[in-house]
Design a protein around this ligand. Structure first.
Ligand code: UDP
Ligand code: MG
Length: 317
């Protein structure tokens, strides 16, 4: 039977929470009295996550497990979930219970009212470092200004999307996916429900600083080429200033007795402009790297094993 709801749960080394998240998710889904599937994606965990999930799959046929061949990342895991989901509404949630599954009925209500995307908007974030809150807040606002897409601030991957939106996103073949951005980019009728983001139920964040920076860069480079214009603007600005300075130097040379001196200022200017050139080169490198990733056309993820798969569709990414 085709499920009405598909829940996508990416999990990477989540052995401490996965049992609890299964329990809370299935309690919420059962209440709804409609056929549903819980799709867990084991993103190459090195702990017992996959084993625990396999055990759950044996007992509960509403649960499916896609096991990746290695760690591909959060976005690829959600992508796989979307590829295999068959529900009329697709719900995405983290495995660590920071986003409350109990909000699903409210999201579904909005969906029934006719919205195609219902995203969770964090009114408050608990149990996260001041550094993460500050940088995340600044980042979402910066990203908004950089792009022409209407990206909602303070929103993660916690959301409901309609089948038609899911199908559209499935067919976007971009490799370095910034899914929350793509969902905004595709349009449709979108709305938000606010919630308080809780502390992690157990375990530690799977987004260390390095991964966070990579995701942040992906968000910017995937949705804006404004950084590339930086070169033009800086170049124009510096040229204009240098030209003014040249006039001053010439004036001094021709009409006064004081000649310009200063080895130190020369060095400072040269180093400064060199620094700018390198920054701009690095920025271009970011974009070239993205082109390189796209052109290689490797799959976004590789699946090792699927459990309770007899019902899942065959459109692998
Ligand atoms: N995750 C994943 N692959 C990764 C990193 C994270 O599937 O390489 C999952 C993780 O298990 C969790 C979700 O993505 O379900 C969000 O990660 P996390 O809670 O660690 O991020 P945070 O909430 O700290 O930003
Ligand atoms: Mg989390």
């Amino acid at each position: 039977m085709k499920p009405e709801f598909s829940v996508i749960v990416p999990a990477y080394n989540e052995q401490e929470v996965i049992e609890e998240s299964y329990k809370r998710l299935s309690a919420v889904m059962k209440e709804l009295n409609e056929p549903y599937e819980l799709i867990f994606i084991d993103d190459g965990s090195r702990d017992n996550t996959a084993r625990i999930l396999a055990g759950i799959c044996e007992e509960d046929k509403n649960v499916k497990l896609l096991r990746f061949s290695r760690n591909f990342g959060h976005m690829p895991a959600i992508t796989a979930g979307m590829d295999y989901a068959r529900g009329s509404a697709v719900l995405v949630i983290d495995a660590d219970l920071q986003d409350p599954p109990e909000l699903f009925p409210k999201m579904i209500e909005k969906w029934r009212e006719g919205y195609d995307v219902v995203y969770g908007k964090r009114s408050e974030r608990k149990g996260e470092t001041a550094f993460k809150k500050l940088t995340a807040g600044m980042y979402y606002r910066f990203l908004r200004r950089m792009t022409d897409v209407d990206l909602p601030v303070d929103t993660g991957e916690f959301r409901l999307i309609d089948r038609k939106v899911c199908d559209v996103i499935k067919h976007i073949k971009e490799k370095n996916r910034y899914i929350r951005g793509l969902v905004s980019w595709v349009g449709f009728k979108q709305t938000a429900v606010e919630y308080v983001r809780e502390k992690r139920f157990a375990g530690e964040t799977k987004y260390p600083l390095g991964k966070m920076i990579k995701l942040a860069m992906n968000g910017i480079t995937a949705f804006s080429y404004k950084p590339l214009k930086l070169a033009t603007h800086l170049g124009l600005g510096i040229s204009a200033l240098s030209f003014l300075y040249l006039l001053i130097v010439l004036y001094q040379r021709l009409f006064t007795n004081s000649t310009a001196e200063g080895w130190a200022s020369m060095v400072a200017i040269v180093l400064f402009s060199q620094g700018i050139v390198l920054i701009v080169l690095g920025l271009m490198g970011e974009y070239i790297g993205r082109i390189f990733e796209e052109i290689k056309d490797r799959p976004i993820y590789i699946i090792d094993e699927i459990l309770n798969s007899e019902q899942v569709s065959d459109n692998e990414g």
